[in-house]
Design a protein around this ligand. Sequence first.
Ligand code: NAP
Length: 355
Amino acid sequence: MEMQIDSQKPVLVTGATGYVAGWVVKRLLEKGLTVRATVRDPSNEGRLAYLRALAEGTKGTIEFFGADLLEKGSFDEAMQGCGVVLHIASPYIASVKDPQRELIDPALNGTRNVLEAVNRTESVTRVVLTSSCAAIFGSSADLANTPNGVFNEEVWNTTSSLTDGAYSYSKTLAEREAWKIHDAQSRWRLVVVNPPGVFGPGIRMHENAESFRILTSFVDGTFASGVPDIRIGFVDVRDVAEAHLRAAFLPNASGRNIISGHNSGFVELAGLVKREFPAIRVSDRKLPKWLLWLVGPILNSALTRRFISRNVGHPWRADNRKSIEELGMTYRPLDETFRDHIEQLMKSGSIKAAA
Ligand code: NAP
């Protein structure tokens, strides 16, 4: 499986300042490519210095462009002459006050804006969209309605809404819109990457990224007496970046692609943290569902009673065979992902491990 990379044409990456995008940018630069990196504020040199540094010692070049998902025509200038567009930017926030404004508008209108620019830019032949397993399932309970008892690329999230699982709803609407715009033309191919929970060290500390927030709750004492029995897939951020490159440059890459390393869950994660970092106060005991049902909504606005009843204690399984067979993916072991990520949290000093 040979990637075919035309290093003469620049590659566009939307939302280069993000956690996942950082590793994608690094890998593209290592391949000697010119990366057109869109960011909301290109004048903030200090915030971009770590991305500029990634190009040092590589044959690649990074150029920054200002673009906002909410502004029509915002991506046109950066896209001129690009062969491949990687659309990664989209807000990933679990707890929001105004889901329409904070999640749906940037996800959906942003995807529309980027793909309308693609339609206007003749040089683009491939678009990689960072969707999510959130566009495949709304709750773990949805597994019961899958044809073979497993989430695969045929399955769509039909249960999330603006008021229940707004982030998952935003990813579902955005991916559906992308396929709609794609299907109305024949010049460019759309390849979609659908990861579940992404973890592993960031290129820098992305303390505001949701993946960092979730992992922080496993080291700061939040789960000292037990964890909710939530099962989910995990994948290393470095593997997700590799999947983006393969989706961009493998001639036969196509369709949706579940990029999930392991069917796992919070109990396994807590057990792993306990084993690898004995000083951290975390328990891998399952918190009783009735207790969560009572106190969950008070502890965290995302832990609604509906969420608890449809996720806690339910199995979760995704089929990653397409990614292995068609993209040639291999996946890092979970302990490497979490060890490296927790070490980054500890070293940053921003996390006080509850020892
Ligand atoms: P992140 O670090 O929070 O990155 C989100 C990115 O989106 C940031 O670069 C942010 O820019 C940009 N963005 C948000 N609103 C924008 C707007 N209005 N205009 C322009 N850019 C905007 O989160 P992440 O985890 O890397 O997520 C990246 C992608 O991966 C998203 O599409 C997410 O849905 C997907 N994904 C993530 C996971 C996961 O577990 N992390 C799993 C599956 C899929 P600023 O830096 O300027 O805020």
